[in-house]
Design a protein around this ligand. Structure first.
Ligand code: 4AD
Ligand code: MG
Length: 431
């Protein structure tokens, strides 16, 4: 059996004969020479077919190759500083696996709707490949960070009997004779798991039927949700900034070619170092009013507010201690000021908005029970959650980091839709 090399490995094979498998990305021809740009998922390389150096039928195969045809190429690797990627392959043999007919995506600008309709093919271009590679690196870095610090990955159910964040944003589905909802967040389950295992996390898809058509919203997105027993607000923030620093610096270290391909300003990412900037909600309101925004204490922030606040810093910005009435029922009130909660949102720099939401959780039975009554949450569905406060309750905290928003920020994307393989959005759930 032939041994195959990938384009990423070419540097180790200079002067040697290699066999590559891939697809024709693009082709130029000057009569007697064909320049085949071949991609294989690990990179792109120019393969040069010289008429006088190959059998007639090889040149004919090369002549007939169309964009995205699949092929096997055999040839000798040559270092060439002018070539993209630094190498070229002098072709000796070509085997066509399948000839592609009328590939719909030409190598020119297409409208976004056309590209999204052809997402199954659009992902083949180098830019999309770079984003998906960075997504994989971010996932790897997140898991590596948490696993190295004693967290256990447990994962939460996707089908749930009740809401975690907001009852108006639930996807409903039949569950035999009952109703189930697609999960919005695994947090409540992570709180149970933290009381069993100490430090835990889940990492999976979340669903929100939000009627938001913005560049930050997906209907289906991925979230990593660490939850820590015996951890209070301050330590919660320290874990978050260490995690985000680690993720960004891992991408800078390991995905430099991808970031360069995306045209990302790497110096901005290099400045993402803990400790991150911090501001209380109160100060944020004051700052926004100074900047001329018409906003009052008790109002929530919109995208323009978040952008205005975050763009003043190189690092992400924590906004701490929001008004209790703005946040979810489970957040721990600040003992010194019960009208605010021990929570923080982490806003990414450069206008990417909230990437992390987290808080210390209420651990007192009576207070949580009172919140259930205020929020009219039925004890049949949430009774188990109350049990956690009945049997060995301890202070605990956690957070959720949105994967696609983090990718959009690190990659410098205009919209989160490019940060996931097949985006689900308000007006799109195909292909
Ligand atoms: O702030 P959120 O709603 O927090 C929670 O769900 C908590 N239960 C998490 C926890 O403490 N375990 O969502 C957390 C993050 C947001 O900061 C954002 O990055 C992302 O999830 N997110 C979305 N990303 C894309 N599209 C959407 N529609 C999103 N909604 C939230
Ligand atoms: Mg939030």
């Amino acid at each position: 059996m032939a041994e195959y090399t990938t384009i990423r490995q070419l540097a180790e094979h200079v002067g040697q004969r290699v066999t590559l498998r891939g697809w024709l990305y693009n082709k130029r021809s000057s009569g007697k020479i064909h320049f085949l740009q071949v991609r294989d998922g690990t990179g792109l390389v120019q393969c040069v077919v010289v008429k006088s150096n190959v059998p007639e039928e090889t040149f004919a195969t090369s002549e007939a190759l169309t964009q995205e045809s699949s092929l096997v190429v055999e040839g000798t690797v040559r270092q060439d500083s002018r070539a993209p990627g630094g190498f070229e392959v002098d072709v000796e043999r070509i085997e066509r696996i399948q000839q592609a007919h009328d590939y719909p995506i030409a190598l020119k600008e297409h409208g976004i709707d056309f590209l999204l309709d052809h997402r199954h093919l659009w992902i083949r271009v180098p830019r999309q490949r770079a984003i998906l590679r960075i997504r994989a690196e971010i996932e790897r870095a997140i898991q590596g960070f948490l696993d190295d610090r004693g967290f256990t990955r447990v994962d939460a159910p996707v089908l749930t009997p009740a809401s975690c964040e907001d009852t108006t944003e639930l996807f409903e589905t039949r569950y035999f004779d009952d109703t189930a909802y697609l999960t919005q967040s695994g947090q409540l389950y992570m709180e149970a798991a933290a009381m069993a295992l100490g430090k835990v996390y889940c990492f999976g898809p979340c669903f929100r039927a939000e009627k938001s058509k913005t560049r930050r919203h997906l209907i289906e997105f991925w979230m990593v949700e660490p939850e820590m027993a015996f951890v209070e607000h301050e330590e919660n923030l320290r874990v978050q900034e260490a995690l985000v620093e680690h993720v960004v610096q891992s991408v800078v270290d390991r995905c430099a070619p991808e970031l360069e391909l995306l045209g990302r300003d790497i110096t901005r990412l290099e400045r993402v170092r803990a400790p991150f900037a911090r501001m209380t909600y109160d100060d944020a309101i004051r700052r926004l009013r100074d900047l001329g925004f018409d906003i009052a204490w008790g109002d929530d922030f919109g995208a323009p507010h978040e952008t205005a606040l975050a763009e003043q810093f190189d690092t992400p910005l924590f906004i701490e201690r929001y008004p209790t009435q703005l946040k979810a029922f489970y957040m721990q009130p600040d003992p010194a000021r019960p009208e605010v909660v021990l929570c923080a949102d982490m806003l990414a720099p450069e206008g990417y908005g909230e990437i992390v939401g987290g808080s210390q959780r209420i651990h007192d039975y009576d207070l949580l029970k009172a919140r259930f009554e205020e929020h009219k949450l039925p004890e049949e569905t949430y009774g188990w959650y109350l049990d956690l406060r009945r049997y060995g309750s301890v202070p605990h905290s956690g957070f959720g980091l949105g994967l696609e928003r983090t990718i959009a920020w690190i990659c410098g994307l205009d919209h989160v839709r490019e940060a996931t393989l097949f985006p689900r959005m308000l007006y799109r759930m195909a292909p």
